[in-house]
Design a protein around this ligand. Structure first.
Ligand code: ADP
Length: 519
């Protein structure tokens, strides 16, 4: 854009560039002298064509003084051509024929004023200064317009930036006006409120928004001009979902006028699910702790009051106390395992492990329990099996859980058989029992936390419902596989596949295994 006339720092007058076009050298030189003395830059041209060429070259010209009658192109034609190149050029025509007609014709063609020859320096300056005022006005108007356009551009960039920010937010955003009409929403809002249709903006809220509770809370926040936060269950969706709606009233900064509300919707479905699991968990723990604690308390109060005289009976009671306390300790350690896994805080020392080693540790640990239950424990685990990359303690925990269940849910005189073999890229370990078996329904939910089959034959057996979900997590961690085959009354077989080690030779694990045994 062309620059405006510069301000003369010395006397405050505008310094301009003035093009003088006249075929009379005397006029050209005379104008140059007078105008240069006023501090203006003067460009001289002796024909209209030369003047046009100067404009075409893009030279900055604020004002043109042009002779009406010249050789070749005349002043009036110059006006027409000049405005094509520089539409806002202010022109003053110089004419020896200062009749009203030529004056009118020249202004009709775009001249701003005219100057009649001969003219004095004062007359020249008077007309030039008047024309320069006009130049200033045009420049000022252009400046204001450019400023306005720039502001509009900034505003629209700002608006689209704001749109982009709102659209990329993970939380849903609903903007309502003071008339309770939805005026803006983002894609995240659509995810939690699929009922809103595109183009729903500016419809009354009650017509476009489900569920009604959301409407109500927005309406209340608008009416009372307070920020409200409410958990809302989205009952209209096919799956269970919850949102936390945070509604803020918005008022104009200066006038305080109420403009509407901004609602942020946070999907809290997962949080709610965790809350539910937690509540279920606390319930279960309370239940599981209360029964054995009450039993131990009962036994101990009878014993402490010296009411039991028979030493055999006393021994029996103490034995029951120990059993109950052991079950509690088991529950606590299962809970700790779960909590550690849940928090991702399990520390593993992963190295090649010999499964024959692991199984013999488990059998050693479980032998007394098997004996107590009258169950025979047998193993068929080749010593030269390929080793697996895993944490030793975790593998012991995994098979301990399976063998412990196979004993617990067995029948007196029953058997538990542990077999292992290589199977493709895996080592396969199967724990088979001859126990109560698992129902079809039970098989579907077997690995979910706290699941326990409620059947007459399992009611007396204590447990936490956490063992198998721990087993599943461990197997999953090592990218293994888990399978259960079971028949009610006949028994169950749990099979675990673990990928065998591809790194260090198995002898390493034997040495490490020995050093950590008994921990
Ligand atoms: P817990 O044994 O502490 O109850 P688990 O997670 O180990 O918890 O097992 C979950 C449920 O699966 C048990 O309550 C039981 O009903 C069933 N179950 C597990 N193993 C066997 C098995 N070998 N035979 C029959 N039922 C079993």
């Amino acid at each position: 854009m062309a620059e405006g006339p510069a301000e003369d720092p010395n006397n405050g007058r505008l310094r301009s560039t003035i093009l003088v076009i006249d075929d009379e050298i005397g006029i050209r030189k005379g104008c140059q002298r007078v105008l240069a003395a006023e501090g203006h830059d003067v460009i001289l041209a002796q024909s209209a064509e030369e003047g046009l060429e100067i404009l075409r070259q893009g030279r900055q010209v604020d004002l043109a003084l042009v002779d009406l009658r010249m050789e070749g192109m005349g002043g009036l034609d110059f006006l027409v051509e000049a405005t094509k190149i520089s539409p806002e050029l202010v022109c003053v025509v110089i004419t020896a024929y200062a009749t009203l007609d030529t004056a009118i014709e020249s202004t009709r063609r775009g001249a701003y004023d005219f100057l009649a020859k001969p003219f004095s320096p004062e007359e020249l300056l008077r007309v030039v200064n008047k024309a320069l005022d006009r130049v200033s006005l045009i420049r000022e108007r252009n400046r204001l317009q450019a400023e306005r356009e720039q502001r509009m551009l900034e505003l629209s960039t700002e608006k689209s930036r704001l749109r982009n920010i709102i659209n990329s937010m993970a939380d849903g955003v609903l903007v309502c006006n003071a008339e309770q009409q939805l005026v803006l929403f983002n894609p995240a809002a659509l995810r939690v409120l699929p009922g809103i249709k595109r183009g729903a903006e500016s419809y009354p809220l009650a017509e476009v928004l489900q569920p009604p509770e959301l409407n109500d809370v927005i309406e209340e926040a608008s009416r009372r001009r307070v920020r409200l936060s409410q958990e809302i269950r989205l009952t209209h969706l096919p799956t269970q979902a919850w949102v936390l709606a945070d509604v803020s009233p918005v008022c104009d900064d200066t006038s305080g006028l109420f403009l509407g509300t901004v609602t942020v919707l946070r999907d809290i479905t997962e949080l709610k699910r965790v809350e539910e699991v937690k509540a279920q968990f606390v319930n279960m723990i309370a239940h599981e702790l209360r029964a054995p604690l009450a039993a131990v308390d009962g036994f101990l109060s009878v014993l402490s009051e010296g009411l039991v005289k028979d030493p055999e009976q006393e021994k029996h009671m103490l034995q029951r106390c120990r059993e109950r306390i052991r079950a509690l300790a088991e529950l606590v350690s299962d809970l700790l395992d779960m909590a550690r896994m849940e928090a991702g805080r399990v520390r593993r020392e992963i190295m090649p492990q010999k499964l024959s080693d692991i199984i013999s540790v488990v059998v050693e640990l479980m032998a007394p329990v098997a004996q107590q239950h009258g169950v025979t424990l047998t193993t068929q685990v080749p010593d030269d099996l390929r080793s697996v990359d895993a944490d030793r303690e975790e593998l012991i925990r995994l098979f301990n859980n399976l063998v412990s269940n196979a004993i617990k849910y067995n029948r007196p005189g029953g058997t538990v058989t542990i077999t292992a073999a290589e199977d493709g890229a895996y080592v396969k370990v199967a724990v088979a029992d001859t126990g109560v078996g698992i129902s079809e329904e039970g098989l579907k939910r077997l690995f979910t936390e706290f699941f326990r089959e409620k059947r007459p034959e399992t009611r007396e057996i204590s447990g936490t419902g956490l063992g198998l979900s721990i087993v599943k997590r461990i197997v999953d961690f090592y990218h293994g596989r888990l399978d259960v085959q079971s028949k009610i009354g006949e028994g169950s077989t749990f099979t675990v596949w673990l990928p065998f080690s591809t790194s260090v030779p198995s002898s390493v694990s034997a040495a490490t295994g020995e050093s950590r045994e008994g921990q």
